[in-house]
Design a protein around this ligand. Sequence first.
Ligand code: NAD
Length: 240
Amino acid sequence: MDEIAVVTGAGGGIGSAVALMIHDKSEGALKLALCDINKNALAELAGRIPGSFPVVSDITTEAGRKALVDAVLAKGTPSVLVNNAGIDRPHEPCLAILESSYDTLLNLNLKAPAFLMRAFCKEMMAAGGGAVVNISSVLAKHALTGSALYRVSKAGLEALTKQFAAEFGPRGVRVNAVAPGFIMTPMTANIPDETKEKIRSMIALGEFGTPEAVAEAVWHLVENQYINGVVLPVDGGMVL
Ligand code: NAD
């Protein structure tokens, strides 16, 4: 049976870089399960990664998560899970937050990773071990107007990371997170230039990050066998 690395949101900027990095660094030993709701982006990426397979699925639903788990188990044994799919909108100042926005942001950014970890880590433990990397954000620890619900979702994801690391470490599954700063992807493409410049001035290195910088950190946490329960910032020194 193949060993499989599952990447959610693989059609996006960071997810596609992570999938390509895992394929390159593992020299094809890990087969990529590429999950997204964007069918075209997945097909394009799957064409670039030999041995990979796309799973078009909405992981905010229980049925969508089950479809992903079933598709992976039909192909092999999961040994890596990267919970990357996420959204940062709607942006709403605290007085304007909506219940519907809470559901939208929390369902994808927090609930989906929680239940995907539960399902995949069970399989990893049965197979003798594995690694999970959750994609958090610098905003888990930093206030930015309009980001209250996004911040809650990522702070919750960091808490889940440590909880799962504590409970599953003894059974061979390591759980870590990467917290990117401002990374150039479709998620950040439409931010007005003036706001971008304000954000850039907050970064000690004075530059925005690349998806590849995040992907390298993800691979480090997959590969290093003695790191468990950490949140690794990849933000150029944004919250110092
Ligand atoms: P992106 O918008 O390029 O990619 C996100 C992907 O998730 C898209 O391909 C989208 O189709 C997919 N997706 C959305 N809803 C889905 C669903 N219901 N089921 C399955 N897939 C779904 O965004 P990105 O910048 O690559 O962000 C990836 C992760 O990194 C997110 O968790 C985000 O919060 C985090 N992050 C990004 C930045 C940044 O500056 N770009 C900073 C910090 C954290």
